[in-house]
Design a protein. Sequence first.
Length: 217
Amino acid sequence: METTEKKTEEEERKESEKEKEKEKAEKEEELSASEIEYVSYGGEHHLPLIMGLVDSELSEPYSIFTYRYFVYLWPQLSFLAFHRGKCVGTVVCKMGEHRNTFRGYIAMLVVIKPYRGRGIATELVTRSIRVMMESGCEEVTLEAEVTNKGALALYGRLGFVRAKRLFRYYLNGVDAFRLKLLFPSPVLQSSLSMLTDSDSGHWHNDHIPIEECSEVH
Ligand SMILES: CC(C)(COP(=O)(O)OP(=O)(O)OC[C@H]1O[C@@H](n2cnc3c(N)ncnc32)[C@H](O)[C@@H]1OP(=O)(O)O)[C@@H](O)C(=O)NCCC(=O)NCCS
């Protein structure tokens, strides 16, 4: 009988210790979420960081020329998220005339797995879209795999609508949705107003990129 009681006390002590450790880990997680720093593309030293993230998370292969095409021509539209010096997310975009409209285009968006679900992608995309709006874009587009639930939910929340389905758009044979956001978007306006002031394809190999955004399976 005594042994059983002792065991129970020991078990309770262990459980309480576990609980404390869990609380500590949760607090650390909260803290780290608030420590995310967002910066716009700042030069060649950012390129390997962007490439590393995109290469590991998106299914389409890009050459260094593709990355340079975007970041050299529209550095103000690419953003990186850092946590304690580590790059944990990035967005790469462009803008220009397209069939008589001035249009923004989101080419790549990635947040590494341990940092997902904390609003980092939303913040990155919102920053790019804000610069697009300020630059006179009338709309923003992108493509996402029809199976990419996370990206479709994220863009849906920001007010993007499905404009087209593109048959076997990606090299892996998956269809894409072309998503479109028309300005002014009331949903986005409220996201934008929550932000503080900003800090500031389908193509392969060496060709000039057109548009794309697909996830690794
Ligand atoms: C898609 C991706 C960029 C989302 O990054 P994230 O930082 O986790 O996104 P956020 O935290 O800003 O998510 C905002 C909202 O999008 C939706 N969302 C994001 N990921 C989701 C998922 N896996 N499933 C369902 N909804 C999701 C949710 O509504 C979420 O809001 P909530 O957390 O309040 O519910 C990230 O999962 C990723 O890098 N995936 C691999 C690359 C990729 O698919 N890129 C997009 C190509 S088009």
